[in-house]
Design a protein around this ligand. Structure first.
Ligand SMILES: CC(=O)N[C@@H]1[C@@H](OP(=O)(O)OP(=O)(O)OC[C@H]2O[C@@H](n3ccc(=O)[nH]c3=O)[C@H](O)[C@@H]2O)O[C@H](CO)[C@@H](O)[C@@H]1O
Length: 372
């Protein structure tokens, strides 16, 4: 390495853009490194929406999304494509976030080229390789070969220690998604006062396709039928499996609105207006508590136990009666509601990206040969 080091930030999906945006901004502002952004674009439309929103300029766009892409096919196409970028540029470090195919391939390609890899949002675990699938397996595999493990919480760091990761490679930074959230909230106009109560829904996980998703949507219909003042807004994920099921079971009800995927600022504004958030998303489990909104998690388990432990999120699974019961209780009982609607942010304080930038600066300086 000579002169300014080059750090490649690899992103592929909407949440990766949201969570890498502050890291890219911090590296670019600090200026000691060249921050090169590589978009695999494993999701095209949702990624582009966020690249625009956060004004992320992309140096290499691999444009890999195809219709109905299977994970194996995506891995097979992404490996040579990303490797060619690293072969053509003198890259000193590679960073990627989370648990997607993009993160797995970025770590593996960096490993083959002996380039240190930094895993942003390291150490999240359910311990069950089938849930979430394939993400849990990807997280575990990436941990074997990462050089820097940027853990969002002390619990995530403990998970890494339990797998034998060296102490000096683990850094508790907070989640960069909270940096983006708090920065966004500062820029938004004050929230509107909605009529009635808003229930905000998102559901798109692969393991919920089929009967669990039909159960979720059935529960949502039951809830609006039982609560005359409740309106549901559902930004529908573009995966065709999700859209078809949502239209079949939710369209045509006056108080249920299916929306296209929302711009991030608009979505944060909706979270602020919501009474209750029902979701199977990872990032929304982190964001809603920071905004003081109770979250009911439509999964059987979570890799984000901190909000559950703090009493501001609950795992309720995907059974229709369980969802109706848990959401109904919060809608009917103001004391239960208040107990969950406390603004706590177990996942970060808004300064994670700055910590990552400083750790990389010190660490890459230490790796650099001295001038004489
Ligand atoms: C298994 C798992 O949990 N994996 C996660 C998965 O991410 P996810 O489940 O969080 O993904 P989504 O739900 O798609 O996105 C959520 C984000 O999008 C914003 N949003 C939402 C709707 C909308 O209409 N407009 C928006 O702007 C919203 O505020 C939030 O920030 O991959 C990540 C990357 O590797 C991982 O970090 C993460 O563990």
């Amino acid at each position: 390495m000579s002169g300014r080091p080059t750090i490649a930030c690899v992103i592929g999906t909407r949440p990766e853009a949201i969570k890498m945006a502050p890291v890219i901004a911090a590296l670019r502002a600090a200026g000691w490194a060249r921050c090169m952004v590589v978009a695999t674009a494993q999701h095209r439309g949702l990624l582009d929406q966020m690249l625009d929103r956060f004004a992320i300029t992309v140096d290499h766009d691999l444009d890999l999304m195809t219709e109905g892409q299977a994970p194996a096919d995506l891995v097979a196409r992404m490996m040579p494509s990303l490797d060619a970028v690293l072969a053509g540029e003198a890259v000193d470090a590679v960073l990627a976030q989370g648990d997607t195919t993009t993160v797995l391939v970025a770590a593996l390609v960096a490993f083959h080229r002996r380039i240190p890899f930094g895993h942003v949002e390291a150490g999240l675990r359910t311990g069950d390789l089938s849930r979430p699938f394939p993400e849990e397996g990807y997280r575990q595999m990436v941990a074997r070969i990462a050089h820097w493990h940027f853990a969002p919480t002390a619990g995530a760091a403990d998970n890494l220690r339990a797998e034998g990761i060296r102490e000096d490679r683990i850094h508790v930074t907070g989640n960069t998604g909270i940096d983006t959230l708090l920065d966004t909230v500062r820029r938004l106009a004050p929230p509107a006062m909605p009529d009635g109560r808003l229930l905000l829904l998102t559901a798109h996980r692969r393991e919920s396709f089929g009967p669990p998703m039909r159960d979720i949507f059935g529960a949502v219909r039951d809830l609006v039928e039982r609560h005359a003042d409740v309106t549901v807004l559902y930004p529908v994920h573009p995966n065709p499996e999700v859209g078809a099921c949502a239209r079949e079971l939710l369209a045509g009800h006056a108080r249920i609105t299916l929306l296209p995927p929302q711009d991030y600022f608009d979505f944060v504004a909706l979270m602020r207006e919501a009474t209750l958030v029902l979701t199977d998303s990872g990032g929304i489990q982190e964001e809603a508590p920071a905004l003081g909104k109770p979250v009911l998690v439509l999964r059987e388990q979570t890799e984000r136990p901190e909000a559950v432990a703090a009493g501001v999120a609950r795992i309720i699974g995907t059974r229709r009666e369980a969802i109706v019961e848990a959401a109904g209780r919060l809608l009917d009982d103001p004391r239960e509601y208040r107990a969950m609607a406390r603004g706590v942010s177990p996942y970060g304080d808004g300064h994670a990206a700055g910590r990552i930038e400083r750790i990389l600066r010190q660490s890459l300086r230490a790796l650099q040969p001295s001038p004489d």
